[in-house]
Design a protein around this ligand. Structure first.
Ligand SMILES: Cc1cc2nc3c(=O)[nH]c(=O)nc-3n(C[C@H](O)[C@H](O)[C@H](O)COP(=O)(O)OP(=O)(O)OC[C@H]3O[C@@H](n4cnc5c(N)ncnc54)[C@H](O)[C@@H]3O)c2cc1C
Length: 522
């Protein structure tokens, strides 16, 4: 087992990890560990863009209002204030680093997306925003000589009793253990500042827009190390992913509805105005549930998203990636509607942090989709996630060079997962887990289904034998995240934002609070 020491170890090479690495290198030695190739991450697939209140009619206050409205009463307003007021500066940084945002008549072009009150979404290459960001940042990281160890999967966080507070239960993070997935060798790396930027856990679900890499590792690693994990019941289901037999669900961006795309069911009825006055531009959870209901009513596994009424040249220019992908699968979207269904898309919950990205473990920071800063509350406003990654990655690095960090206070009343109860279960596999989560802890939930899911997940957890390779680690991490989701969803006896319970269909004031887990096994 090799040993090396750095000022910063950053786990993950999506936008959060690479942007943090580019900033951190000004202040010390940096090691980036990433479990696949450098660009294997959610970031690469982001289409619509990145929100920022930079338009002439816009302001941070308006962006804040939309963010709070989307978050359904659970947005941390201090964190959201930070998000919107630092947005313009971070966009300037991305432009300076070379991200080629699209322009119109010499100005950065801004698109409008669902639940935004006006156009504020910057995009690059039309609908290839994430690919351009990832390419720009990964090329810069290489040029700047930042050490990036690819195919290196972090399997454990190293923590020790926290300095002067040796008698206290607090431990501080100072390194990681990692597996080289190509050689099978493990190594330990030490650091002064450990930054998790490991992305979300969309792979918990059978139908997901997230690539196979999104297995919630950082959330599970931090939970096992004793960090607090918050808001896991809030999983955003994107209303529109291409649904074709045998084809991995492919995101059809929100911006397609923003540009005028209309939803019809398979009998040809436009249904969204019956569900919400904002029709196709209603928030994602409302559109996702409406589509699910309409699919059930028509006995179909999809509805139709139609852009054939828009100018074909405009569709092909504004959505080149979607246009090409659909064409490659036999659908010319300028002539025929797109078959779509909802899919798991974004993990609102994660490792609880304060507005400086500090977790409840000293020395451990989190930013990006694996973190829970509270800016999304119960539902994320479209295109706020890319923004969140850069705003809080910057703050993590700022905090690391300032006076000793003030760790997010531990939450009184944080709970641990319920121990396993004996249950007869089928063998655990990624597919079995995904299918259980999709049917029992998905877009629509209730006590019985969640209870059954919780029992099966706990039984799988109790019988898990670690094998020590990447697939088994990912499965264990998905299992931990799924247990956190199912249990939080069972506890939250109300409907709010992306969490919908048929047995409690309304929000309840007494539930206007967060559910926080902390493992007692540390
Ligand atoms: C199809 C799609 C479209 C989207 N569109 C938009 C959009 O238009 N606008 C928007 O704001 N958001 C969008 N999102 C969400 C957004 O892309 C993500 O929230 C964001 O990219 C997350 O960035 P990140 O750096 O936190 O994580 P990621 O980009 O997912 O990167 C995580 C990194 O961590 C690494 N990693 C994970 N576990 C380990 C481990 N154990 N050891 C080592 N490395 C590890 C991974 O390999 C990866 O490099 C979209 C998401 C998807 C899937």
């Amino acid at each position: 087992m090799a040993n090396s020491s750095y000022d910063y170890i950053i786990v993950g090479s999506g936008i959060a990890g690479l942007y943090a690495a580019l900033l951190a290198r000004e202040h010390g030695s940096v090691l980036v560990l990433t479990k696949g190739s450098i660009d294997d991450c959610n970031t690469r697939w982001a289409q619509g863009g990145i929100a920022a209140p930079i338009g002439p009619e816009d302001s941070p206050e308006k962006h804040l209002r939309d963010t709070i409205a989307a978050g359904a009463g659970l947005v941390d307003e201090d964190a959201a204030q930070v998000l919107v007021s630092e947005a313009a500066d971070r966009i300037r940084d991305l432009v300076r680093l070379g991200v080629p945002f699209d322009t119109s008549e010499g100005e950065i072009a801004l698109a409008r997306e669902g639940a935004h009150s006006l156009p504020r979404v910057l995009h690059a290459g039309g609908d290839s925003t994430g690919a351009h960001i990832e390419l720009t940042l990964s090329s810069l990281a290489r040029q700047e000589g930042i050490t990036v160890l690819e195919y290196t999967s972090v399997t454990e966080l190293v923590t020790t009793a926290a300095g002067a507070r040796r008698a206290s239960p607090l431990r501080s993070a100072n390194g990681v253990r990692a597996l080289n997935t190509q050689t099978g060798k493990t190594a330990e790396y030490r650091c002064r500042h450990l930054i998790l930027a490991t992305g979300g856990a969309g792979q918990m679900y059978a139908v997901s827009t997230n690539p196979a890499v999104a297995t919630g590792d950082g959330i599970a690693l931090a939970y096992r190390a004793g960090a607090e994990i918050m808001d896991m019941e809030f999983v955003q289901f994107h209303p529109t992913a291409l649904r074709l037999p045998g084809v991995q669900p492919y995101l059809i961006s929100e911006a397609v509805r923003g540009e005028g795309g209309i939803l019809y069911d398979t009998t040809g009825v436009r249904f969204m105005p019956d569900y919400d006055p904002r029709a196709e531009l209603a928030p994602r959870d409302i559109v996702a549930r409406a589509i699910r209901e309409q699919m059930e009513a028509t006995g179909s596994d999809h509805v139709l998203l139609d852009v054939t009424q828009l100018a074909p040249a405009r569709v092909a220019a504004r959505f080149p990636q979607i246009y090409r992908f659909c064409l490659d699968h036999g659908i010319d979207i300028t002539r025929a509607p797109i078959p779509v269904s909802p899919a798991a898309h974004y993990t609102m919950g994660g490792i609880r942090t304060n507005t400086w990205g500090e977790t409840t473990i000293p020395g451990l920071y989190a930013c990006g989709e694996c973190a829970c800063t509270g800016v999304h509350g119960a539902n994320r406003l479209a295109s706020n996630s890319l923004l969140e990654t850069v705003v809080f990655a910057k703050r993590v690095v700022e905090r690391s060079i300032s006076a000793p960090g003030r760790v997010a206070e531990r939450t009184a009343g944080a709970i641990d997962l319920t121990p396993a109860r004996p249950a007869e279960v089928a063998p655990l596999s990624r597919e079995a887990l995904q299918s259980l989560m999709w049917s029992n802890a998905g877009i629509v939930r209730d006590r019985d289904a969640l209870g059954r899911a919780g029992a099966v997940l706990a039984a799988w957890d109790a019988s898990l034998t670690p094998v020590g390779d990447r697939p088994s680690q990912e499965l264990a991490d998905l299992l931990t995240c799924s247990r956190l989701v199912a249990e939080a969803a069972l506890i939250r006896e109300e409907s709010r934002g992306a969490h919908y319970r048929t047995d409690f269909p309304e929000p309840r004031e007494e539930w206007r609070r967060n559910i926080v887990f902390r493992s007692n096994n540390t």
